[in-house]
Design a protein around this ligand. Sequence first.
Ligand code: BV8
Ligand code: ZN
Length: 256
Amino acid sequence: MYVPDPKILALLRIADSVVVLTGSGVSAESGIPTFRDALTGLWSKFDPADLATPEAFARDPAMVSRWYDERRRNVAKCTPNAGHIALVALQRRILAAGKRFTLITQNVDRLHQAAGSTDVIELHGTLWTWRCMDCGVETEERGPAFDVYPPRCVCGGPRRPAVVWFGEELPKHEHLKAQRAAGSCRLFISLGTSAVVHPAAGLIDLALRNGAQLLEVNPQETPYSHRAHWCIRGPSGEVLPRLMDAVFVSDKTPAG
Ligand code: BV8
Ligand code: ZN
């Protein structure tokens, strides 16, 4: 049973600026395979990093768009888990105290928003939006499978998921906002990410360079574990609610 360290509880209470960076591990307990596990079943023979590229789409737009649409429809069946919900409580608590809270995600499933998180910085876009390769029109897709792959735009152009593929630049505005937050926070929480994809993982370096304390929540080690001030080895759906309870409950117990 995980017992929160009193020092991390104190920091969660006093930090005037908290940044959380999430990866696909935070959605694992909602039934969404992590990015590195994303290729199950018929996709298992592919490496996700090979499919999540403009080259793969150019080579086989039908297959790549089908993979993304299958992920979209799988996510549609999933709901936020206790870890997502604990992050909403953390954001509300910190904002209510007049302090700064920034949630940065590499995830493309929008489960943070579904749980109630606001002002989420999406570094890698989202599965729910599809963009025409010819005219650039973007549309939200919440329906059943497309009737043709790649799906076609009204202008006739092929449409792709509005995610950031390997080799593509992160959305400038989002990346800048994330860098500003990471570069000026007191506490940086790396949650459910293998922290190997850049430039997103570089935000952890930025936070450490600015003197932030680093908390890593992940069942596994990552390349940043040895630089973290605290590592909590466990699933976010279990760890976060306990952490929030410990911070909030002790806040509520009468002093003395
Ligand atoms: C770019 C969208 C250049 C698509 C994704 C240095 C600097 C800059 C770039 C690079 C660099 N070095 C290398 C690069 C190139 C590359 C890169 O980082 N490669 C890696 C593989 C080495 N980066 C890029 O290409 C980036 N673009 O650099 O452009 C440029 C510059 C200017 C002009 C033009 C071009 C773009 C990267 C974005 C790629 N798109 N996603 C899609 O989703 O299909 S990345 C993909 O990986 C997902 O977004 C995912 O979120 C992300 C990170 O993976 P994780 O989320 O961490 O998932 P993973 O499976 O790895 O790990 C899951 C973790 O959860 C594990 O640690 C596990 O232990 C943990 N876990 C499991 N269960 C739980 C849990 N944790 C908590 N609770 C649980 N229950
Ligand atoms: Zn079009």
